[in-house]
Design a protein around this ligand. Sequence first.
Ligand code: SPD
Length: 277
Amino acid sequence: MNNIWLTEELHPYYRKGIRVKRVLAEEQTPYQFLQVVETEFFGNALVLDGIIQLTEADNMGYHEMITHVPMLAVGNPRRVLIVGGGDGGSLQQVLRYPSVEEAVVCELDQKVVDYSRQYFPAFGDPFSDPRTRLLVRDAFGYLEENPGSFDVILSDTTDPIGMAERLFSDEFYRLMVRALAPGGAAATQCEQPYFDTALIRQIYASARQLTRHPAYYYAQIPTYPGGGIGFMYVSDRPWEDGLNTPYPPGVNNYLNPQVHRAAFALPEFFRRVMAGE
Ligand code: SPD
């Protein structure tokens, strides 16, 4: 076993590391420093600007939870928009639904798509599915141009640093909700309760102004800071609508009915934060 560690420092007061076998690819794209590494335990990992985005071993918790919670709540989603998501992990889950007629992926960095297609074959090359439309562009303008258009929107982004910061703003949430069709639902990458409390609270407040049933939920992802990450469910429809919807064809590796319900249970300190107590 060699001694190369990928040490991530997303927060100035916290570090974590995974042991790396070798670097498979690295390139400075027009937007970010992209690496694909082979790790000792987690399989291949996609790393952007030094931050782990996904690994083969534990991405299922992220992609199944960001995707299926809103998709199941809507029931028979036909049009889906993924903001970011150029790795294809969420897209793979979206395309499991026979009801989906079109899945638009609005990803700024073509290189994320290209390298992911090469190094994450388990995603099944969802970009070659005829229902997929890849738009290599910024999502803000696209949301503005498409009010009332999508049954489900997923904001599958990097962390709120640099160019991605705007994707966590009130303005982004306003545009995203405006782009939902009536009865639609969105889920967004919404960070870590311990480290990002103020940001999550601000987003929740914004989502409450815009929709009737926003809710925060959480998934365990060992390679993310704190061992997991949360999502904001944003809709006029309660997330519980999804509890009795049959799963789409294919295999779940993280989501089951118990996990679905439990993901919305918040630890007491964080429940108080969200309740404004
Ligand atoms: N701190 C890491 C957060 C990563 C969120 N993006 C994941 C992209 C997977 N499609």
